[in-house]
Design a protein around this ligand. Structure first.
Ligand code: NDP
Length: 328
């Protein structure tokens, strides 16, 4: 038997979430069984557990889009019992049982080795949000952005993606401006490395097609008018990495920033990202992330507590990252 968060759908279509004891035989068919030690609560897990977004596409479902653990049984040539592994995405926690459980059964090619220098708990303090923040930074770097180029805007600053993006960019030498709706967290954001804070209201209302050029680069996890205004205020030939929709899925922009200022908008997806890019992102996280700051960004909860924290993450009440200890 093992413990898991289990999601079922009621006759009326509502999501019913509970902490369940499940027989190991109920795990899905796949070639690698992992004893999970840590998972996390990402925004998407909040959507899945509360049913507020169409994340779950197969029922019943164990949510959890990421986990860290140790291989217990492998029929895959890629892994052996005892290997320390992590997983992000691939539809896990959406169409395939996920990481908010003591066991997961997954395809070998979905796993990567836990990066040297990071504990299982640290990989999940980073989690999919932090790995996505790194994918955004890589997109900006590959565009050619360098620390001397000017200010970099990070939206959704107190969130998981935002907190890790600020920490990474500041460590790399960028002048980071954090956009937040929680100015009371300014000290926290500055402790991560933000040089200055702006009120997210400056970006979240409908704006003009072009504004004063300010940002050399942008990491946006918010979408909607915020993303449109970020593009409109990005400097000539600057770049914006868009990965999220905390404000909304819409993108009420014009082509003006792209055709008049040569701004580039990069879409960042973590779920189906190819393995070489994942390996690059995780090795950079192991190298460049300040682990002392990672501790300040994250807090720990037990498996059952994930049920209560899920609505809080959607309400924007969670700061930074939440690590789920599945044996607690
Ligand atoms: P969090 O909930 O941790 O953070 C989101 C932050 O956005 C909040 O903390 C808040 O920051 C800000 N925010 C919330 N509501 C609004 C609003 N209405 N208007 C403007 N800002 C708002 O989520 P994550 O950081 O984990 O994820 C952020 C987004 O990125 C989500 O949409 C998520 O689905 C997406 N994502 C996408 C991935 C991909 O592969 N593309 C992977 C991971 C995440 P503050 O209080 O500072 O204003």
């Amino acid at each position: 038997m093992f413990k898991a968060i289990l999601l079922n759908r009621s006759d009326s279509g509502a999501t019913l979430a509970e902490l369940a004891d499940l027989d190991i035989s109920r795990l899905p068919e796949a070639d690698v069984r992992v004893r999970v030690s840590h998972s996390t609560l990402n925004y998407k897990d909040g959507l899945a557990i509360t049913g507020k977004g169409p994340v779950v596409r197969k029922w019943p479902m164990v949510p959890g889009i990421d986990f860290a653990g140790v291989v217990e049984h492998s029929a895959s040539p890629l892994w052996q019992a005892g290997d320390a592994v992590i997983l992000n995405g691939w539809g896990v926690g959406e169409t395939h049982w996920g990481g908010l459980a003591q066991y997961a059964s997954v395809k070998g090619e979905w796993l990567i080795a836990r990066p040297a220098g990071l504990s299982a708990a640290q990989t999940m303090a980073i989690g999919t949000a932090g790995y996505t923040a790194m994918l955004c930074v890589l997109a900006l770097e590959k565009h050619g952005l360098r620390p001397g180029d000017g200010e970099v805007l990070v939206t959704g600053a107190n969130g998981g993606v935002g907190s890790v993006a600020i920490t990474l960019l500041a460590r790399l030498g960028y002048r980071v401006i954090a956009s937040t709706g929680r100015p009371q967290e300014a000290d926290y954001l500055k402790s991560l490395g933000a040089a200055d804070i702006i009120d997210r209201a400056e970006l979240s209302a409908p704006g003009k097609p072009l504004g004063r050029e300010r940002w050399a680069g942008v990491v946006d996890s918010v979408g909607s008018h915020t993303l449109a205004n970020a593009c409109a205020t990005t400097r000539y030939r600057g770049a914006v990495a868009a990965c999220g929709l905390a404000q909304g899925m819409d993108f009420p922009s014009s082509v003006a920033p792209f055709i008049l200022r040569g701004v580039t908008l990069y879409g960042v997806d973590s779920v189906m990202a190819p393995t070489p890019l994942r390996l690059e992102a995780w090795s950079r996280l192991a190298r460049d992330l300040d682990l002392a700051k990672l501790e300040a960004i994250s807090r720990d909860i037990g498996l059952a507590e994930a049920l209560a924290v899920a609505p809080q993450i959607l309400a924007g009440q969670v700061r930074g990252r939440v690590v789920v200890h599945v044996d607690r």
